[in-house]
Ligand binder design. Structure first.
Ligand code: SAH
Length: 224
């Protein structure tokens, strides 16, 4: 995929080399999925934060993106996508909580077709401009409540949720394809854990695995 690097040129903090250092850090932090690492090397993260914060875009931090929401840290994006991919080729995937669109953009490099839903419509307007600028063509955005998933285009090989739910929403589990994986932070406040739910390739069963403590904004019901 062709990525427009124009905004990146001329600024040392936002250059390809800064991104390479971010990738080296992710490797040190235990990220092993080469496909995910290559995707994060390709997508310019600074394009997804306001200009005033662009110089901090490659630090391992969550940053504010307006409307009380945050862009997830590079490590957590890599961790979630690595867990969802599980070294499989991905056809159709769903992201819940588009936010600034960074994780969705990374997803477009590891899956053939990406759907992302967000409850705050003003955030989506900004994302549309960014993905147009980057010439990304395999991402569909929807102003929708992620608790419900996106039944009209289900099932998905992978679903990744970028906000914490008190419990795993049943509609998301229903929308997993056989062998599909749902990665979701579960819990409230400071007590949250990253969960991975895998639908068995045959039969109706599921496995659930708890990875590590995390800190996300809450998954809220209904549209903003
Ligand atoms: N993936 C984003 C991080 C987004 S933060 C990134 O790469 O930056 C989480 C987002 O989830 C917020 O934008 C919030 O508005 C959204 N959100 C919260 N509850 C939601 C729901 N029920 N449906 C859709 N989006 C939701």
């Amino acid at each position: 995929m062709l990525i427009d690097e124009q905004r990146a040129r001329g600024s040392g903090m936002t250059s390809e080399r800064t991104r390479t250092r971010m990738i080296e850090r992710l490797r040190q932090q235990g990220i092993r999925d080469e496909r995910v690492l290559a995707a994060m090397q390709t997508i310019p993260r600074h394009v997804f934060v306001d200009d005033a914060l662009a110089h901090r875009a490659y630090e391992d931090d969550a940053l504010p993106i307006g409307h009380g929401q945050t862009i997830s840290s590079p490590y957590i994006v890599a961790r979630m996508l690595q867990s969802m991919r599980h070294e499989r080729p991905l056809e159709r995937v769903l992201e819940v909580g588009t936010g600034c669109g960074y994780q969705a953009a990374v997803l477009t490099q590891v899956a053939r077709e990406v759907f992302s839903v967000e409850r705050i419509s003003q955030l989506l307007d900004k994302v549309r401009a960014r993905i147009w600028q980057l010439r990304i063509h395999n991402l569909r955005l929807a102003h929708a409540d992620g608790y419900l998933g996106l039944a009209e285009v289900a099932p998905f090989d992978g679903i990744v949720v970028a906000a914490a739910a008190p419990a795993v929403p049943p509609r998301l589990i229903e929308q997993l394809a056989p062998g599909g994986r749902l990665v979701i932070p579960v819990g409230t406040g400071e007590r949250q854990q990253l969960h991975v739910i895998t639908r068995h390739a045959q039969g109706a069963g599921f496995d659930e695995q708890v990875l590590e403590p995390v800190r996300f904004v809450p998954l809220l019901e209904r549209l903003a």
